[in-house]
Write a protein that binds this ligand. Structure first.
Ligand code: SAM
Length: 162
């Protein structure tokens, strides 16, 4: 069986433990069709399969107005990632590259972001297309796509500009 945490020739791991200098709270979970990392696409596609974002009930009010946002930026915690790999070799790549020059899930703070198409909203559940994470991935945040925000010349609506 393929070990998804294997170190490949040329890769470099550093002795490092994340310090607890930020308090990140998971606000929900993401349900996708993919049960393993190997099954996930490298990057989500807007015409990809329907995925479900389930927010914890306490965040219900924070979803007010979201149905007016056709595109969302979803931010999630790639919880199965190792966090100490500074030089990495993509499977097809012989030359190691630094973690910060890649969109690899293996990074000191394994934050993933995807731009998604919002298909439906039911209570605290969003149905979206465009994700690339494994089923059960913790949710960190949701923001409207910045490209869809009105410019300050077009609106003085503070709700959009905060
Ligand atoms: N779109 C995000 C980005 O660019 O920030 C993530 C891209 S990353 C290349 C996507 C890959 O992360 C998937 O193909 C899968 O191999 C891996 N992955 C998905 N969910 C994960 C999870 N919960 N923990 C660790 N790795 C995950």
């Amino acid at each position: 069986m393929n070990d998804e945490n294997e170190i490949r020739p040329g890769e470099v791991v550093i002795p490092w433990r994340a310090s607890e200098d930020a308090s990140i709270a998971f606000i929900g979970r993401i349900q996708t069709p993919w049960k393993t990392r190997a099954e996930c696409p490298r990057q989500g596609q807007m015409d990809g399969p329907l995925c479900q974002i389930s927010l914890d009930e306490i965040w219900r009010e924070a979803l007010t107005g979201i149905s007016r946002c056709p595109r969302l930026e979803v931010i999630y915690w790639l919880h199965l990632s190792r966090r100490d790999l500074v030089l990495q070799c993509a499977r097809q790549d012989k030359v190691p590259r630094g973690a910060f020059s890649l969109r690899s899930p293996l990074r000191p703070n394994p934050i993933g972001t995807s731009l998604v198409k919002l298909e439906a909203v039911h209570d605290c559940t969003l149905m979206v297309r465009g994700l690339d994470c494994i089923d059960g991935t913790p949710l960190l945040d949701i923001k409207p796509d910045r490209k869809a925000l009105p410019s300050s010349a077009e609106t003085s609506d503070e709700r959009f500009l905060r």
